[in-house]
Design a protein around this ligand. Structure first.
Ligand code: GDP
Ligand code: IMO
Ligand code: MG
Length: 417
């Protein structure tokens, strides 16, 4: 009998605290597998006071027993991956990279930044890491896969041809074309560092599931940043929702078991685009400071606001979420009143779904009584009564069970109901 994989997915605009929950759940899983995104992701794990920021390496890496797979749906920057690897020892036999994952090379980042500059006020506010251009090349069928690193000379020649063909475009964007010899040297060094980790992870996924291993699939970004179901065009370039796990790892929908959706007890967004429940006043500032809401990847201050239950319900449905992990409850400690967006007003009408353009939506709030003293609590019954009522009400509005509540960044400050 083969096992079914558990899946973790972000329900908001990313940075929900996926890293903490993946790390928490990795304690009972044999494999942790990333299926989408690139080093635009920043997953933070705090263990005994020490902070780890992971961008591409799956968050199972801090559990010495868990093995880690980077699937074909990921765009991988070898340079950044190699840098990230230096935080850890003995990765051999614990880390596997799909030969079909696409390469994100330094010129992708230059293109990303140039395009953002050209957009001016209409910029998406990307991380500038080259994610859009790397996925763009993949979809346009001019990308390069990790498997090609095994033949650096051939790969360098192909990239060179691509530069020649697109020279005018690069010039117009002010993007410098890399020197061929430097490029070849770079590719060779990537092959030296990463070559031994590159395998057919699709076959591996099938094998580990058929051998009944406990497998955890780690999503990156969040549902509202999904290329199809997010706030297009202010999204990332990948399928961030649970469906992306199948394409991004070569498994099928029947391989997926329990889906855990991660949401903060409030909302944040980094980058531009609609965010109806954003708070521009004192409350937003206070959430930012209490929650240290500054990007793990770019250091940018995150925009902060109230829990958006309409967006969360949309995310629960689109991902098939079985249970929610509600994160950072402690950040709301000390607020007298807490608001939740329960519907939107669009063109004078009240709606309870995510409309075509969220930019047109004005939030309709329900107000809750606040609480103090939730930080570090590990037992649901020990939470302040008003915090308990808040959680129960969210379950009703979002129509999904809140199974996990997190009350600090530390692995063990986690309530499992
Ligand atoms: P991810 O991208 O979804 O993995 O989330 P990030 O790591 O980008 O952002 C979440 C931040 O919140 C990290 O700094 C975590 O250490 C922190 N965090 C996670 N859970 C909690 C919690 O329950 N309380 C507090 N105060 N911080 C938390
Ligand atoms: P994790 O996995 C929050 C946002 C960027 C920008 C948009 C497009 O840590 O939750 P991109 O560089 O992907 O082309 O940028 O998506 N973004 C994230 N926001 N958390 C993330 O990842 C994000 N990854 C991308 O800020 O608005
Ligand atoms: Mg993050």
């Amino acid at each position: 009998m083969s096992s079914k994989a558990d899946l973790i997915v972000g329900l908001q605009w990313g940075d929900e605290g996926k890293g903490k929950i993946v790390d928490h759940m990795a304690q009972t899983h044999d494999y942790v597998c990333r299926f989408a995104g690139g080093h635009n992701a920043g997953h933070t794990i705090v263990l005994d006071g020490k902070k780890y920021a992971l961008h591409l390496i799956p968050s199972g890496i801090l559990n010495p027993k868990a093995k880690n797979i980077v699937g074909n749906g990921v765009v991988l920057s070898p340079k950044d991956f190699i840098k990230e690897m230096t935080q850890f020892e003995n990765l051999e036999g614990r880390l596997f990279l799909s030969d079909k994952a696409h390469l994100l090379l330094p010129y992708h980042a230059l293109i990303d930044q140039a395009k953002e500059r050209m957009k001016g006020e209409k910029a998406i506010g990307t991380t500038g890491k080259g994610i859009g251009p790397a996925y763009g090349d993949k979809i346009a069928r001019v990308g390069h896969r990790l498997g090609e690193l095994h033949h650096p000379q051939k790969l360098a020649d192909k990239i060179e041809d691509f530069f020649v063909m697109n020279r005018l475009v690069f010039e117009a964007m002010g993007v410098e074309i890399p020197d061929k010899i430097t490029l070849l040297e770079e590719l060779k060094s990537y092959q030296e560092s990463l070559g031994r980790f590159i395998v057919d992870t699709t076959q591996m996924m099938w094998k580990i599931l058929s051998q009944n291993n406990k497998v955890l699939l780690e999503g990156a970004q969040g549902t509202m940043l999904d290329i199809d179901h997010g706030t297009y065009p202010y999204v990332t370039s990948s399928t961030t929702i649970s469906a992306g796990a199948c394409a991004g790892l070569g498994i099928n929908p029947k391989d997926i078991g329990k889906v855990t959706g991660i949401a903060k007890a409030y909302c944040t967004r980094v980058g531009n685009g609609p965010f109806p429940s954003e708070d521009f006043g004192e409350a937003g500032k206070r959430i930012r400071e209490n929650g240290h809401e500054y990007g793990t990847t770019t250091g940018r201050p995150r925009r902060c606001g109230w829990f958006d239950a309409v967006a969360a319900r949309h995310a629960v449905r689109v991902n098939g979420v079985d249970q929610i992990a509600l994160m950072k409850l402690d950040v709301l400690d000390g607020f007298e009143e807490i608001k939740v967006c329960i519907a939107y007003e669009v063109g004078g009408e009240r709606i309870d779904y995510v409309p075509y353009d969220l930019e047109d939506a004005t939030p309709i709030y329900r107000t809750f009584v606040g609480w103090s003293g939730s930080r570090g609590v590990r037992d649901f019954d020990a939470l302040p009564q008003t915090a308990q009522s808040y959680i129960v009400a969210l379950e009703e509005i979002v129509e999904c069970k809140i199974h996990i509540v997190s009350t600090s960044p530390e692995r063990d400050d986690t309530i499992v109901r």
